[in-house]
Design a protein around this ligand. Structure first.
Ligand code: V47
Length: 367
């Protein structure tokens, strides 16, 4: 056996080395271990087995087309009601101009999410995606969470299959992983009772996968959830991945309390974030990639997370968009140049590899 810990982690270590699936109880044991180094070593073993020293990043841009939302999630400081002075909805033409600037800076992906807005016609989405594809055929459109798809299917009275096919035909290439928050009840209802429930979120992910649309998955942690809620979330994602196989990557999202209805909470500690990355890597044996989202972790902790199981840092973001700025621990502008991201990865001891959204390597001509 490669590992010999002075802790009760040895039994779990043997299973990890043998490539065996961990149970819910073992997920809890990993979370509650006092030996952070041992947990990190195990997750790093798994990460290096899959990806060696490679750490992926991409050149991307976020576009939050509207902040008007009928939900009022307790953790969210981004949403507005339509009557609010700072409520907005970007036009299709504005979306195209934002994409144009991003493409000029080398972006391969536009990440599009927004509020649940009853003032927007369905044609807005198909027009936006079609215009993006017409102008930038090689730009990957990663758009709409399962929560947005659920809202759209109900609001525009379409079957899930029809909705997904029409969005895909217009230019939606894949979907981001937001809206998963925490699956377990009653926690989910307490923080976001206007959103679809866990079964519905997972059902829609499965339907996207069946339609050939890859999706990501997230978990919002560090608010009112329990450790059991977190491990339950990971187990449910793992079960769905067994069934439909279309999740590309898992992104734990560290709760950022300021200006939200939960602003009295402290948010997760650095140790908690590292544990969450590590437990995710070890529990999600059927997910290829675990992302340390630097925007929410902050740069130094994101670097450290690469030693705790993460193999992706997300992207340059180029210009974060309003939602990204609302939840980022990086005060001020939320962006990094490609060189800054490469330096961040290399200074942490890894090899930086630019990827596209579906994890193909991006080769660029040297300048
Ligand atoms: O669903 C909202 C979270 C998510 C806060 O798929 C907050 O590659 C922390 O899903 N503190 C949207 N988090 C962002 C998201 C995402 C981000 C980056 C990459 C990908 C991907 C997906 O942001 C929401 C919610 O869970 N969020 N408010 C907050 N105060």
């Amino acid at each position: 056996m490669q590992f010999s810990f002075d802790t009760n982690l040895n039994r779990i270590a043997e299973k990890v080395e043998a490539g065996e699936r961990l149970t819910f109880d073992e997920g809890i044991e990993l979370y509650t271990t006092g030996d952070l180094n041992a947990l990190g070593k195990l997750a790093d073993f798994e990460r290096r087995k899959r990806h060696g020293r490679t750490t992926y990043f991409n050149v991307n841009r976020h576009f939050n087309h509207t902040n008007i939302c009928v939900a009022d999630c307790k953790f969210c400081n981004f949403y507005r009601r339509s009557r609010d002075a700072d409520a907005y909805t970007h036009s299709v033409a504005e979306g195209v101009e934002i994409a144009r600037a991003a493409v000029a800076e080398g972006a391969t992906e536009l990440h599009i999410v927004g509020g649940l807005n009853t003032k927007i016609p369905f044609s807005y989405y198909t027009d936006l995606f079609a215009a993006l594809k017409e102008n930038f055929p090689r730009l990957h459109v990663k758009a709409l969470t399962m929560v947005e798809l659920d809202f759209m299917a109900r609001f525009y009275k379409m079957s899930d299959e029809d909705l997904i096919e029409r969005l895909k035909a217009a230019g939606m290439d894949s979907c981001p992983g937001g809206g998963a928050e925490i699956f377990a009840e009653p926690t989910r209802s307490r923080i976001c009772d206007h959103k679809c429930d866990a079964d519905r979120w997972l059902e829609l992910a499965g339907k996207c996968h069946a339609a050939g649309v890859k999706t990501n998955a997230t978990m919002l942690y560090g608010h009112i959830e329990t450790l059991e809620d977190r491990v339950d979330h990971l187990v449910r994602l793992r079960e769905q991945q067994d069934k439909s196989g279309g999740f590309q990557c898992f992104i734990p999202l560290a709760f950022y309390p300021p200006d939200s209805a939960l602003s009295s909470l402290p948010g997760p500690s650095g140790v908690d974030s590292l544990k969450t990355i590590a437990v995710s890597r070890l529990m999600l044996d059927n997910f290829d990639h675990v992302k340390a989202y630097w925007v929410m972790l902050g740069k130094p902790l994101a670097q450290t997370a690469l030693h705790f199981g993460a193999n992706d840092l997300d992207g340059t973001i180029t210009d974060g968009g309003e939602l990204t700025e609302a939840y980022s621990v990086e005060n001020g502008e939320v962006k990094m140049s490609k060189q800054q991201l490469v330096d961040l990865i290399e200074n942490a001891g890894f090899e930086a590899v630019e990827r596209d959204t579906v994890y193909n390597r991006v080769e660029r001509a040297a300048v």
